[in-house]
Design a protein around this ligand. Structure first.
Ligand code: 4AD
Ligand code: MG
Length: 505
């Protein structure tokens, strides 16, 4: 048996494939079937003369997503996905599928989410999961090559890490326990045992709102490094993200092509990342500081104009094509061609209109941003739009960051935390920083944040026995998958997403 991924090895030879009928179209004597076998998609040509009447009729009647095995010759064909097609000589149906709910026509996203267990078979979803797999592999590769030890942090925890507002409470033999929001505190303990560690596990946040960036269950990668400060931490973040993105760009070319991902901005990870303090970032967001000769407000107004011009151009083309159709001089084929162009253009107009709606929102939040506040999605978008490449913002006001962040002794009131913001509106993908080592300050922060001291005694021990400076960060896997794949929404980045209002399938 062969796999579609390796068809090039079998050019000119006969192979056996096992898979599913993803899609087909047929005529009197020939069926073109797109077969998928898990490793890829390929066109199989089923010719009446080659397979005989019985097999041909079976193929012709075969419903979408039926399973089958077939034998055929591998033939080079540049026009086909993967560059090959299979000219079938015999086939056998394994299981005839019932009427498949996901057809080649457009479906609403709620319908697709309800059928997530089947939607995973569709080409785009298949490609996303392949990219996710490459990302995971690249993440492990980076840390393993740099001498980090992978550790598994517990899921049941007795304490909050990132604040109490997003805790999922559960019953642990009669006592309350919480699903882990982050493995960091355990990672800190392990770093004192192993030096360099990283966790890779599920984390949970009760986010009572539906956004395109939040899941209730997501996977986080959290390295923790003994004897590292904030600057060293940022260096690791930069090297790490550069390695993962460039590796995946190379290894997942075919999948990114399926997703029609324009990789221009991803390629920018090869250049040094922008690093700036929170206060400077605020200047940029509010339009008080120019970057490349323009303020954020000028940038947004410029973008608004560009979008309006692009929209006007599309509308003119639509009018021209409609006029052609109305003239009555076109043949049927030409009418269809123009009509499908018009439909496509109208969709593009819709996209532009949506983008145009965002701009006043961004402008407003940029103008009205309150210095000292945490960044919202709009603020992150405006800031990264100014650079078009990853931006690391560090030295945040202490009040907006977690209890464990170290205060910068030379910059009082600011925490040595860092967020990495991805361009193209993806925003925060990494959060991290240097950890507070002063036990007294930690204790007062625990009280300030209204956390129960007793649950943190073990954590405070780490400061009593061989206290050292240390730092780390957390990467949200799904945010990275969304950015690399260029997805509008985080729900497509994980096989079975869990979010507010979504527990099935
Ligand atoms: O910034 P966060 O909250 O940082 C921590 O949890 C630290 N303990 C990490 C550390 O220093 N070890 O979360 C880290 C990352 C975010 O940057 C984001 O990418 C992702 O986790 N994240 C989420 N992803 C999806 N859905 C959510 N609800 C997320 N919340 C955070
Ligand atoms: Mg954060």
């Amino acid at each position: 048996m062969a796999y579609i991924k390796e068809l090039s090895k079998f050019e000119g030879q006969e192979v056996e494939l096992k898979g599913w009928n993803a899609q087909k179209r047929d005529s009197k004597t020939i069926v073109f079937m797109t077969m998928r076998d898990g490793t890829g998609f390929t066109q199989c040509v089923i010719d009446l003369a080659a397979v005989g009447e019985n097999s041909f009729e079976a193929a012709k009647r075969l419903p979408q997503e039926s399973s089958l095995s077939l034998k055929g010759k591998v033939v080079k064909d540049e026009r086909q996905m993967g560059g090959y097609e299979v000219q079938v000589t015999s086939l056998q149906v394994i299981a005839v599928a019932e009427a498949y709910p996901i057809t080649p026509k457009e479906h609403g996203v709620d319908f697709l989410m309800d059928n997530r267990h089947l939607w995973l078979r569709s080409k785009n979803q298949w490609a996303i999961m392949r990219v996710r797999n490459e990302i995971i592999f690249a993440i492990h590769t980076f840390f393993q090559q740099h001498g980090f030890v992978q550790m598994d942090a517990p899921i049941f925890t007795g304490n909050a890490c990132e604040g109490t507002s997003t805790l999922f409470e559960t019953d642990f033999y009669g006592d309350p326990a919480y699903l882990s929001q982050s493995g960091q505190l355990y990672g800190e303990a392990m770093a004192m045992a192993q030096g360099l560690i990283y966790t890779f596990g599920p984390t949970f946040r009760a986010e009572k709102s539906k956004t395109r960036r939040h899941l209730s269950e997501f996977w986080m990668i959290e390295p923790e490094m003994a004897f590292y400060d904030l600057k060293m931490d940022m260096d690791v973040i930069e090297d790490f993200i550069r390695f993962v993105v460039t590796t995946v760009l190379e290894k997942s070319k075919a999948e990114l092509q399926i997703l029609e991902r324009d990789t221009t901005y991803l390629e920018k990870v090869r250049e040094p990342f922008i690093r700036m303090k929170y206060e400077d970032a605020v200047d940029v967001i509010k339009g008080e500081k120019e970057i490349g000769g323009r303020t954020s407000l000028q940038m947004l107004e410029g973008e608004e104009k560009e979008l309006q011009i692009a929209k006007a151009t599309l509308l003119t083309e639509i009018q021209e094509r409609e006029a052609k159709i109305a003239s009555g001089e076109l043949k049927k084929g030409e009418i269809n061609f123009n009509q499908s162009k018009i439909d496509k253009l109208k969709n593009e107009v819709k996209d532009l209109e949506e983008k145009l709606l965002n701009i006043p929102v961004w402008l407003n939040s940029a103008k009205n941003f309150k210095r000292g506040d945490d960044f919202g999605g709009s603020d992150e978008t405006v800031l990264t739009k100014m650079f078009g490449q990853p931006v690391m913002v560090y030295n945040w006001p202490q009040e907006v960051k977690a209890f464990y962040m170290k205060e910068d002794e030379t910059d009082k009131g600011y925490a040595k935390g860092v967020d990495l913001l991805a361009p193209e509106g993806y925003g925060e993908v990494v959060g991290g920083g240097e950890r507070e080592t002063d036990i007294e300050r930690l204790k007062s922060k625990i009280i300030e944040h209204d956390l129960p001291m007793s649950a943190f005694e073990w954590y405070l021990d780490l400061r009593k026995f061989g206290n050292v400076p240390h730092a780390g960060f957390g990467l949200g896997l799904e945010r990275l998958v969304a950015w690399i794949c260029g997805l509008q929404h985080i729900r497509e980045t994980i096989p079975f997403p869990r979010s507010y209002g979504r527990l099935l399938p």
